[in-house]
Design a protein around this ligand. Structure first.
Ligand SMILES: [Zn+2]
Length: 92
């Protein structure tokens, strides 16, 4: 049984997308690269998927988040896996 959610709210949620973000840019690089641990956040959000404040953190547009890469935040990877898991239905 589907939850009673407004159709417009559902559509907004569906359109939101994940972006890679990190506290710092890698120094001395031509390309923009994250430096240290990199996280994901929803577009327009000020908080990462793992709950850290990402205000003023650079965003790496179009960069895929590789959960197996060195420096990938394991908590953000876990949230992404849950978000992209097949929908489960719960009977009420
Ligand atoms: Zn994270």
């Amino acid at each position: 049984m589907a939850r009673a959610v407004s159709p417009s709210v559902f559509v907004v949620e569906e359109r939101r997308d994940w972006q890679v973000t990190a506290p710092h840019l890698a120094p001395h690089r031509q390309d923009r690269e994250p430096w240290g641990t990199h996280h994901v956040k929803l577009e327009g959000s000020l908080v990462t998927a793992c709950g850290q404040s990402a205000i003023a953190w650079p965003v790496f547009w179009g960069r895929p988040f590789d959960a197996t890469a060195k420096g990938a935040c394991p908590r953000c990877a876990h949230v992404l896996r849950l978000a992209h898991a097949p929908q489960r239905r719960f009977s009420a």
